[in-house]
Design a protein around this ligand. Structure first.
Ligand code: GAL
Ligand code: MG
Length: 943
């Protein structure tokens, strides 16, 4: 028994043909102002609707009165009807297209609509901007039509079913339909009417589509009615000296089409997209780099529904992060989103609502894109309309937007005849933009795509694409997987991208964490008893679900920043990385920071045209020497906003105050397993059995540890099983988290204690054999010198260093190192080395799944407020936390973290980088801590 929503010949019934998105207005002025609510021809139906939910659509009781209600737009899972389900690749039901489960949940929405006398004379349409997944519309009990395609508009003419006065509108929404096979995006599966719904009142002979063509010279409208072009001053413009649009200077004209009683406005940007012989992407003839991010509609409380204001705030944040490109992964956004992209200036990769990734897992295991197999619906003729209409509906809706530069055929759906048909349709319809489809690379990038696109290639593969004979632009539609703590290696990608014309940039995966927030805790896959789920793989945003920033966010801002600078033979050279903007629109602030204090500063305006570099003379006074470091800090500012910053080590001679090297007043006495070190006003306690400091004059509160473990980050996802004993896997790892520190010898000689020992994970050979020398001095200070060798075939280490336990009262500290945010060897370009104050509490970063965080790279001094100080001439790394690595390893949600009853202070020789290997390539070799010969030391002193 084939149901209508499983029938490929009823993709819709009575849906109006696709057209450009617009709102008709009843006056020229209202059309210019562009506030739909002011139009006499527009009625927004958002609000509270009657609602009934059926776990099986067959149980619907049409005569039952409505007793419940739900807001529109919304997703019903957010209101307690069903639990959410997060699945990535796997379909949440068997792969048996076009059939979906027999028990198909349904939401029935109902409200009255009022048709005034004047509306009753005209034609009435209803527009749904987004409904997941199948809708049927009824007016006054009569079925009007059906549609699918969750993120695409569906419009129906209601005129014949309406009468003046109150009318009854019912919308039945099915959870699943054959279209669900095309909507296997990696996200929570939500349902309902989740975007705007509105009525339009139209002239009897209303215009339908409005197509306005613009290039870098002119605006052409050949349709019916009159077309008036206004410039940004609101005056009529004949375009004799047109101002062009680009993402940096998004100049928009307004075209007003007047026909009958209707005025229809469209914002138009003059711009031309082309490709140079080198494979560069040209906007108005200028080669641009796409500094992008992938954007999903996601809200911690509202699922797929984001208000216009929330979307606008996101776009403003992206602008502030120097982003100029958005891929609308993996479906068209709301029309409003694109209007704002036109206005704020973004290059948009508009992607249609297609993903069939689950075909890769239709057999056990991940078979990948075996599209020689006709199972793939992208190859099946009976599915062709279902594919092509999703291209048509996107292109027709969005074709007038200057921001859209690429049409994307979808995501992760293999390749076949149906994609070729989509591409062909688009090329015939609109040849002014490029066609993008990443999965085309699974069949060698046929010429149906104008851009070749890849996901997560490492640097050398990326460079390989840049050097190939294929002269199409190379786009990384997804790179730098931003999950959890990270991404780390963005600067490395951008050094490469700038050096190769054909690399036109890419989009970080992805903008925001997807979570379901309950009682302040971010939940994810597996928290809802799903039949299949993908854990926290949906928490992979560059910003948290509340859009707050993390270190990776700021690192991305830095990689994308418009100013790159370097010191060359004592001279500052500044590169303008904008494509259309002179740096003279900004103020460049500089300061000399010596040992954490500003010793000189100034500001200037630098005249550097786009794509050029200049040497800039700064008139600063330098100190003759410093103790910790002397730096030049730069900030590029416009208004209140900082767009770029850089820091350069000026390499001023460092002279540290002499350290105490006498030990005349000390007594070192051995008592049982201890050596007690008595001096003038202090006592330290060393444990010879464990070969470790047990107490530093009462400032610590327990045994020090020598350790290598860090709570795996999401980006350590794959390496962590080689590091630790996790998930009951006793085979794969060095078991660094189940550590034995063996002491072979512990010798007291004069003022020094020498320990020889090794570290080994349970069941494994020792991986580190070391000698550690402790030397004690009259002022209470202690030199710690560790040297050792890491086993040749041992995996690279998470980190290596000492952990000190401090009483909880010793929260606060200051340090000279890279901050104030967390920094790692591959994620610190956004930060400056300087003197910072912090506390263990402030150092905590609330990653959705607790993990390693809070490191400070390039540290030279750490001073705990209780008087304990760690310092070294050779930079080390520090971490001060209210949690132990073990606790962070265990906890799966933020509310499972309980503070330890002491503060852990890590004084590390080195910590491995962060990278983005949660989905991206393995951590770049230079950022892995894989040294075999270790030599490091620091001095502990007490106040
Ligand atoms: C890509 C995919 C995205 C997302 C990402 C992992 O393969 O296109 O939708 O799943 O991986 O977070
Ligand atoms: Mg996918």
């Amino acid at each position: 028994m084939m149901r209508e929503y499983e029938n490929l010949s009823t993709l819709h019934t009575n849906r109006e043909p696709a057209r450009t998105h617009y709102i008709p207005y009843d006056s020229f002025e209202k059309a210019v102002a562009g506030n739909p609510a002011d139009s006499a021809y527009y009625q927004l139906l958002n609000g509270v609707w009657d609602f009934a939910y059926y776990a099986r659509d067959i149980d619907e009781n049409e005569s039952a009165p409505f007793t419940e209600s739900i807001p529109v737009p919304s997703c019903w899972q957010c209101y307690g009807y069903e639990d959410p389900n997060y699945t990535n690749v796997n379909y949440p039901y068997p792969v048996d297209p076009p059939f979906v489960p027999d028990d198909n949940p349904m939401g029935v929405y109902h409200r009255n609509i009022t048709i005034s006398e004047s509306w009753a004379q005209r034609r009435t349409y209803i527009v749904f901007e987004g409904v997941s997944s199948h809708l049927s519309v009824f007016v006054n009990g009569t079925k009007v039509g059906t549609s699918m395609g969750s993120h695409l508009p569906a419009e129906f003419e209601l005129t014949p079913y309406l009468h003046q006065g109150e009318n009854d509108l019912t919308v039945k929404v099915r959870k699943w339909c054959l279209g669900s096979y095309l909507e296997d995006q990696d996200f929570f599966r939500f349902n309902g009417i989740f975007r705007d719904v509105y009525l339009l009142s139209r002239d009897q002979d209303r215009l339908w589509d409005i197509e306005i063509n613009a290039d870098d010279k002119n605006i052409v409208y050949t349709g019916e009615g009159t077309c008036t072009i206004l410039n940004q001053n609101g005056t009529e413009d004949d375009l004799s000296s047109p101002i062009l649009w680009n993402a940096e200077k998004p100049y928009l004209y307004t075209a007003i089409i007047h026909h009958g009683s209707e005025f229809i406005a469209q914002k138009i940007g003059l711009r031309k997209i082309s490709v140079s012989p080198l494979g560069e992407l040209l906007i108005n003839g200028v080669a641009v780099k796409l500094k992008g991010v992938n954007h999903h509609d996601t809200h911690p409380e509202h699922g797929y529904y984001e208000t216009n204001d929330e979307l606008l705030q996101e776009l403003k944040l992206m602008k502030s992060l120097n982003m100029n490109c958005i891929r609308t992964s993996h479906y068209p956004p709301t029309p409003y989103f694109l209007e704002m992209c036109d206005q704020l200036g973004f290059y948009v990769v508009d992607e249609t609502d297609i993903e069939t990734h689950g075909f890769c897992t239709r057999f056990p295991g991940y078979v990948g894109y075996d599209t020689e197999n006709m199972d793939w619906i992208c190859r099946r003729p009976e599915w062709q309309n279902a594919y092509v209409e999703r291209a048509v509906r996107m292109v027709e809706r969005d074709k007038n937007h200057p921001c859209v530069i690429f049409w994307s055929l979808g995501n992760e759906s293999g390749y076949g005849e149906n994609f070729a048909a989509m591409s062909q349709w688009i090329h015939n319809r609109d040849n002014s933009r490029l066609v993008h489809y990443e999965s085309a690379n699974t069949v060698g990038n046929p010429d149906t795509v104008d851009v070749v696109s890849y996901m997560y290639p490492d640097l050398s593969r990326t460079d390989g694409f840049a050097q190939s004979d294929d002269m199409r632009p190379v786009f990384l539609c997804e790179y730098s997987h931003a999950m959890g703590n990270g991404p780390g290696d963005l600067m490395d990608y951008w050094r490469l991208i700038y050096s190769r014309p054909k690399l036109i940039g890419g989009c970080i995966w992805e903008w925001a964490d997807h979570t379901v927030l309950r009682n302040g805790v971010g939940l994810y896959g597996g928290d809802f008893n799903e039949m299949t789920h993908d854990g926290n793989f949906c928490c992979d945003g560059l910003v948290f679900h509340d859009r707050s920033f993390k270190a990776g966010t700021l690192e991305a801002k830095h990689a994308y920043q418009p100013m790159w600078s370097k010191m060359e033979n004592g001279q500052l050279k500044i590169q303008n990385c904008y494509d259309f903007t002179n740096l003279n629109e900004f103020t460049l602030f500089w300061e000399i920071e010596t040992d954490g204090k500003i010793t000189d500063s100034g500001s200037l305006i630098v005249d550097i045209p786009p794509h050029t570099a200049k040497t800039v003379a700064l008139d600063y006074q330098l100190p003759e020497q410093c103790a910790l470091g002397c730096f030049l800090n730069l900030r590029l500012v416009k208004g209140e906003t900082e767009f770029a910053s850089d820091q350069h080590d000026l390499e001023i001679r460092r002279v540290s105050s002499p350290l105490c090297d006498s030990s005349n007043t000390l007594t070192l006495t051995q008592e049982a397993e201890y050596i007690l070190i008595h001096g003038n006003g202090f006592t330290h306690k060393f444990n010879t059995h464990y070969g470790l400091l047990e107490d530093v004059n009462g400032l610590t509160c327990g045994m020090t540890q020598l350790s290598v473990w860090r709570a795996p980050t999401d980006n350590d996802r794959r390496i962590k099983s080689q590091w630790g004993y996790l998930n009951n896997d006793n085979q794969s790892g060095e078991n660094f988290n189940r550590l034995f520190n063996k002491v072979y010898d512990c010798k007291l000689e004069g003022n020094s204690i020498t320990v020889t020992g090794s570290l080994a994970g349970v069941s494994r050979l020792p991986f580190f054999r070391y000698t550690c020398v402790y030397r004690f001095f009259d002022d209470g200070s202690i030199d710690v010198n560790l040297s050792g060798t890491v086993r040749e075939n041992c995996i690279w280490l998470p980190r290596l260093g000492f952990e000190f336990k401090l009483p909880k009262s010793a929260q606060h500290f200051s340090y000279f190192g890279m901050g104030p945010g967390e920094t790692y060897c591959d994620m610190h370009h956004y930060a400056n080395t300087g003197m910072y104050q912090s506390s263990a509490e402030v150092e905590y970063v609330p990653y959705i799944v607790p993990q390693e965080h809070g490191n400070h790279y390039d540290t030279r001094l750490l001073k705990m407020d209780n008087g304990l100080t760690f310092a070294s001439d050779t930079p080390f790394e520090i971490n001060v936390s209210e949690y132990t690595s073990e606790m962070l390893t265990e906890a799966m949600h933020t509310n499972e973290l309980v503070k330890a009853d002491y503060i852990t202070v890590r004084i590390d020789y080195k910590v491995s980088g962060i990278g983005s290997a949660s989905c991206g390539p393995e951590l770049i070799e230079t950022y892995r801590f894989s040294e075999k010969e270790i030599q490091y030391g620091f001095r502990i002193s007490i106040d």
